[in-house]
Design a protein. Structure first.
Length: 107
C-alpha cells in the first residue's frame, strides 16, 4: 500500500493492510459487506479531518460494492479488498488532479 491515507481508511473500514490479513478466519462475506458499507463514511471522515481526498463518489463506491459479487467463495476477501483499495486511491488522485487543474487555471 503506497499511501498512508489509503492504509488509514482501509484500517477504519476493518480490512487491514493486505487481503490475506484475515486468512483462515472463516467466512469473509460479512466483513466484505461491512467494509463496503463503511467506505463512504470513512472517506468523508478523512476529508473532514483535513486529508487531501474528494468526498465519496457514488459511482466509485458502487464499483467497490459490486466487487463483492465477484469473490470466488464465501471465504475470499481478495477481489473486494483490491477494488476498495483502487477506489480509495481514485478518491485521493482525484483530489490531486483537481488541485493541479485549479493551479493551472490560475496561470
Amino acid at each position: 500500500m503506497a499511501l498512508q491515507l489509503e492504509q488509514d481508511i482501509m484500517n477504519a473500514i476493518g480490512l487491514g493492510n493486505h487481503y490475506n490479513w484475515y486468512g483462515g478466519s472463516g467466512s469473509c462475506r460479512g466483513r466484505r459487506l461491512t467494509a463496503t458499507a463503511a467506505l463512504p463514511k470513512a472517506i468523508q471522515d478523512a476529508r473532514d479531518a483535513g486529508e487531501e481526498i474528494i468526498p465519496p463518489d457514488d459511482e466509485a463506491i458502487r464499483y467497490a460494492r459490486n466487487s463483492e459479487r465477484h469473490e470466488t467463495s464465501e471465504y475470499s476477501l481478495k477481489e473486494t479488498w483490491i477494488a476498495i483499495s483502487y477506489v480509495i486511491q481514485w478518491h485521493i488522485n482525484q483530489y490531486a488532479n483537481r488541485q493541479a487543474v485549479n493551479t493551472l487555471s490560475g496561470l
